[in-house]
Design a protein around this ligand. Structure first.
Ligand SMILES: [Mg+2]
Length: 343
């Protein structure tokens, strides 16, 4: 799949059916589809008998900017957002359905790049695009439905964390937020890897089924920020989670993006820790596991679910803003929370 950024036509000139044909050519067929793209609907084999299903918007101006992201970046991100949710249930991603609305003056090459990005991210996840729809809109809008397979295992819910469990994460934390901060400050060249983490997050999809197989009691992907997302787990499970800042260790690249402390916008350690705790959109997986397990190396233990005794001792912990059922070193975090879509 190559970049076709120099196709001089617009989508208005190509027409809807021309667009669908061009997009479909860039989407490999699914080995699980009994009926693939081209009929009124696809038919998917589901050997497990259950289907994990989730849907997500990706809206221009809200979730991406066309002056920052290529079509290919947006394709990767659109697929990653949905397929990470599938993996966070402990399922293997299988398929993607993509509803796409575009302005008529959008270059054809941009849309074909988008399809290439969708296909490439699906391949990372072991999934395929099996259908979709196109329409006109004043800007680029995607609604993406992800499907997945539990392979006979129970789903890993948000509500299963138990006192004494350990909390562990697979994948980076804070990188996408740091990349967004660099883009927003016009410092794109400072750290291409952090910027890439924002434009094209790389969820560790296979860590989802791996965690399920290891006996994870709860799991979520980090889309809104570690504190906010673990807060969902803590509330759904009725537990208090305590994160150990010594275990969180912001990656070196977060502390010195670009490798020079003299650069403007270069964060100190506190900023790096803030990105780790509250930065969203990395789509890493965070899970709780029963104590005493030996976890594979990619899972980093970052805290624990407090025991019933600890929870009693924490009954005086203030609630409301700053206390979402998640503590940092035994204290409510005072540095602000993650992304709230309606804030
Ligand atoms: Mg999620």
């Amino acid at each position: 799949l190559i970049t076709i950024a120099d196709d001089p036509r617009t989508l208005g000139e190509l027409g809807e059916f021309g667009l669908i044909r061009a997009l479909t050519q860039r989407l490999p067929p699914s080995p699980r589809a009994l009926v693939g793209i081209g009929d009124d609907a696809a038919v998917l084999a589901t050997p497990d008998g259950r289907v994990v299903a989730t849907t997500d918007f990706l809206l221009e101006g809200r979730h991406f900017r066309r002056d920052w992201s290529t079509g290919r970046d947006v394709g990767h991100k659109a697929a990653a957002r949905s397929l990470a949710d599938v993996a966070a249930m402990g399922a293997a991603p299988t398929a993607l359905l993509v509803a796409l609305a575009v302005p008529p003056d959008l270059p054809v090459g941009w849309a074909l790049d988008l399809a290439a990005g969708l296909a490439a991210e699906c391949e990372r996840a072991g999934a395929s695009v099996i259908g979709g729809d196109t329409a006109q809109a004043p800007d680029v809008r995607l609604a993406v439905t992800g499907l997945g397979d539990l392979a006979g295992r129970p789903p890993v819910l948000r509500s299963g964390a138990a006192p004494g469990d350990v909390v562990a994460v697979a994948g980076p934390l804070g990188h996408a937020a740091a990349g967004l901060a660099l883009l927003s400050s016009g410092l794109r060249e400072t750290s291409p890897s952090l910027v890439a983490a924002h434009l094209r997050p790389e969820p560790p999809y296979d860590a989802g089924p791996e965690a399920a197989g290891l006996g994870a009691t709860a799991m979520i992907d980090v889309s809104d920020g570690l504190l906010a997302d673990l807060g969902h787990v803590a509330r759904a499970s009725g537990v208090l989670i305590d994160l150990d800042p010594a275990l969180l260790r912001p990656a070196e690249v977060l502390r010195t993006p670009g490798g020079s402390s003299a650069r403007p916008g270069n964060p100190d350690h506190a900023q790096a820790l803030r990105w780790v705790l509250t930065g969203g959109e990395d789509h890493s997986l965070v899970a709780t596991f029963p104590p005493g397990l030996t976890l594979p190396a990619r899972w980093t233990v970052i805290g624990r679910v407090l025991s019933s005794q600890d929870m009693l001792a924490n009954q005086g912990t203030p609630t409301g803003q700053g206390a979402l059922g998640v503590l940092v070193a035994g204290q409510p975090w005072q540095g602000g929370l993650g992304w709230d879509h309606f804030a």
